[in-house]
Design a binder for this molecule. Structure first.
Ligand code: KG4
Ligand code: ZN
Length: 375
């Protein structure tokens, strides 16, 4: 019989998330608990703390998603779970729970790759009713294979040609840091509040800054004309930012340096200028590589018409605006899931499970232990 409902569980990083989707992509129930607040106090993700947070949260989160969907385990057609990349201690919490629910429901387990889930969630947009509360997304089509995916998160930075379910060509990856990681490090250098994650803090501060104040070099710009180089690098840009911080406001971004004590407003302006300049260059780098990837992909797939952007950084307004302009220029449709489906969530896992179940691809092959080594 056709699959009807899939539960998805995500515990790869600092969010414990679960959701139930229908075969048409409708979100029937979802629940998410983030420990990003807790992690911020320790200046980053501490594996044992994160594991403990997932263990404390997982039963409640899964129960809430099922309850909201008014379903019990026996109603499920499958249980999808992220098996990597991510922190192995954390992934295990999700896998154990998924096994338990699949056993209770007598349905298959569906192992899901975290980045595949980020790439495919936009296809769940077919069920527009799930997204009605987000007017910006209601007109978006479900991208058809093949499409290009730009995945920008804290741990990953990829340009992927998605040719079909489970058929991916990686056109570019990061040589050092991922863009979200760069945002987080810049937030730390500037001494910003990390409780909502570094990215949103930098984005907000950048609003009041002059993006042209600092001429940070665009990474790998000299290799741009090597037609097929779609790789990313953010280490150099981060160093440029650190140098600018040290020169203007002193080490740690907290004061001293070139400014007199008490010049609060001036310091805020200096920080905002650095944030805005960093963001301009980071976004330009992402867009230049994406342009290269589109041209490259079109050599083999001339009809390529869509680009999906996902991962936590995809909720960044400046990036979205610049990608819109790029898409217009290249005659592409840009598909951005609503911000809450850009960051880690249960819906992307449940939906990827639904696609796999429908296609009969990779179902029930959940390994005994997760595969964290990729990330
Ligand atoms: O996909 P995600 O929730 O988790 C993984 O890393 O898999 O992405 C989190 C990352 C963090 O580095 C966070 O700082 C960044 O996405 N981020 C942003 C924004 N919102 C989240 N970066 C820039 N601008 C944002 N608005
Ligand atoms: Zn993610």
């Amino acid at each position: 019989s056709a699959p009807r409902y899939v539960l998805g569980i995500e515990t790869s990083c600092d969010d414990t998330a679960a959701a139930v989707v229908s075969e048409s992509g409708e979100v029937l129930g979802e629940s998410i608990l983030s420990s990003v607040d807790l992690q911020a106090k320790f200046g980053g993700v501490v594996p044992n703390l994160a594991r403990q947070a997932h263990e404390d949260a997982i039963d409640g989160v899964v129960a809430e998603a099922l309850h909201a969907a008014q379903l019990e385990p026996p109603d499920l057609s499958g249980v999808a779970v992220t098996i990597g990349p991510g922190l192995s201690l954390c992934l295990k919490v999700g896998v154990l729970k998924a096994r338990e629910v699949a056993h209770l429901g007598g349905c298959p387990l569906i192992p899901v790759h975290h980045m595949e889930a980020h790439a495919l969630v936009a296809r769940a947009l077919a069920a527009a009713s799930s997204y009605d509360d987000d007017p910006s997304s209601s007109a978006q089509p479900a991208p058809a294979f093949p499409f290009l995916a730009l995945l920008v998160s804290g741990g990953h930075n990829l340009l992927v040609l998605v040719e079909g379910l489970g058929v991916y060509k990686i056109l570019g990856t990061t040589l050092d840091d991922a863009v979200g990681e760069a945002y987080d490090k810049v937030a730390r250098l500037l001494g910003l509040d990390l409780s909502r994650g570094g990215g949103p803090a930098v984005e907000e501060l950048a609003l009041s800054g002059d993006a042209e104040a600092h001429a940070f070099p665009v990474p790998l710009k000299n290799s741009r004309d090597k037609a097929k180089n779609c790789d990313f690098s953010f280490a150099g840009l981060k160093t440029s930012v650190r140098t600018a911080v040290e020169r203007t406001i002193g080490i740690g971004g907290g004061g001293g340096g070139g400014l007199e004590v008490g010049e609060e407003a001036a310091r805020a302006k200096v920080k905002a200028d650095i944030a805005a300049s960093f963001q301009r260059v980071a976004v330009e780098h992402l867009c230049l590589r994406t342009r290269t990837a589109v041209l490259w992909a079109r050599e083999t797939h001339p009809g390529l018409g869509e680009i999906v952007v996902a991962g936590g950084v995809a909720s960044n307004r400046t990036l979205r605006r610049e990608l819109e302009a790029l898409a217009l220029d290249l005659d592409l449709k840009l598909v951005c899931p609503p911000p809450r489906y850009c960051t880690d969530n249960g819906v992307m896992v449940a939906w990827t499970g639904m696609e796999r179940l429908r296609a009969g691809v990779g179902v029930g092959e959940c390994p005994e232990t997760p595969r964290p080594e990729e990330g």
